[in-house]
Design a protein. Structure first.
Length: 370
């Protein structure tokens, strides 16, 4: 019989735990469920649930957002992007457009979309006008884009692809001197597409407990209990606490579309730098639909150096689980959802935005430094 959240909490409270256990999640959906359900407050004090690299909008390279803005302003194109991307700020003087929203206010044809099929519809509606789809996201967002490209898209539709794989960011943390967590709750949706096997390196190579979780408090608490038991028994293995949807091998059709249309290579993460084998890139066979090939003049090497987070913004450390949102000096002061300084306060998957939505207010201690 499935256990309820309350029962899982009782099991967790009954465990004899070390003085401090840090469990990282790497999914904006997980972080939202944990925060909105108040799981942190319900768990023992020595358990820390740390939001990690789970927000694709937050790590989308500044140079890609800048390129999208320039395309919208300087080319005769319609620029479409998922809604979150429109408010992501870049580092330019205030006299220039700092986001796609501002580019739209200055006359750029920028349109928010909710799915890749909308991009196709917009392109089909005006075949003479080039449409650029700024596609930023993790595996779950990139797979439908790959499916769309594999199926065939209108001649006037191109992709500015900024797709990222989640596991290499975790691998980078685990290979570092201070990973900052003792156990991992792996992302259910990513595992649904790519297969849970992608996460076996966590337990097999690094001997860190791990469990794949779904998005309900029950599933998240089941995964939490699982990794705690693994810690206690010193027997790490990859547990699947989302068996309803996560199957061995993932989704073969989605993976085949990714394989057909994209290759995996090194990629930049905003504020973090280059992570090996962490990016999806369109294959040369699809160059006719690759906005980077069609509009090469906007690839600005200089922006790669400038492309950190906005001044004072600690998003990169928040994304890597090194800092809680409320520890940022700007949280709730200079930076709010109405006036976001960094991408973590823009995106629905950003930890700062999620914590703010749940009512977390600035930590007075952070006023003196973070
Ligand atoms: S509160 Fe704002 S400035 Fe601080 S890390 Fe989050 S997004 Fe960046």
């Amino acid at each position: 019989m499935p256990q309820t959240a309350r029962q899982w909490l009782e099991h967790i409270r009954a465990l004899e735990l070390p003085e401090r256990v840090r469990i990282m999640n790497v999914c904006g959906g997980h972080e939202r469920s944990i925060t909105m359900a108040g799981l942190r407050g319900a768990l023992p004090d020595n358990l820390e649930l740390i939001p990690g690299p789970g927000c694709p909008v937050c790590v989308c390279p500044e140079e890609d957002v800048y390129t999208a803005i320039q395309l919208a302003l300087r080319e005769q194109v319609t620029l479409v992007a998922f809604g979150d991307m429109l408010r992501v700020p870049v580092n330019v003087p205030k006299s220039e457009a700092r986001s796609l929203d501002q580019a739209r206010a200055r006359g750029g044809d920028v349109r928010p979309i909710a799915s890749p099929t909308e991009a196709v519809r917009i392109a089909e509606a005006d075949p003479q006008r080039p449409v650029v789809f700024f596609a930023a996201g993790f595996e779950t967002t990139t797979a439908p884009v790959a499916g769309m490209v594999a199926e065939g898209i209108p001649d006037n539709l191109s992709i500015l692809l900024s797709g990222r794989l989640t596991w290499p960011a975790v691998a980078m943390l685990l290979d570092s001197e201070a990973p900052g967590f003792d156990a991992l709750v792996a992302p259910g949706h990513v595992a649904t597409v790519m297969g849970p096997e992608e996460w076996e390196f966590v337990t097999e190579r690094h001997h860190i407990p791990a469990a794949v979780a779904g998005f309900s408090p029950d599933s998240l608490l089941a995964a939490t209990y699982s990794v705690l038991r693994q810690l206690q028994e010193e027997r790490p293995f990859l547990d699947n606490c989302y068996p309803e949807l996560v199957r061995p091998g993932g989704n073969p059709a989605a993976k085949s579309c990714l394989e057909q249309t994209m290759r995996v290579g090194d990629a930049t993460w905003r504020g973090i730098g280059t992570i090996p084998d962490s990016g999806f890139h369109l294959r040369p066979e699809y160059a006719a639909h690759d906005a980077r090939v069609l509009f090469p003049g906007y690839a600005d090497e200089g922006r790669k150096r400038a492309g950190e987070m906005p001044p004072g913004c600690d998003c990169a450390r928040v994304v890597l689980g090194k800092l809680y949102p409320t520890d940022c000096r700007l949280y709730g002061k200079a930076c709010t959802p109405r006036n976001p300084v960094g991408p973590c306060m823009v995106s629905d998957e950003g930890a700062c935005r999620i914590w703010w939505s749940a009512g977390a207010r600035p930590d007075p201690e952070a006023a003196t430094g973070s």
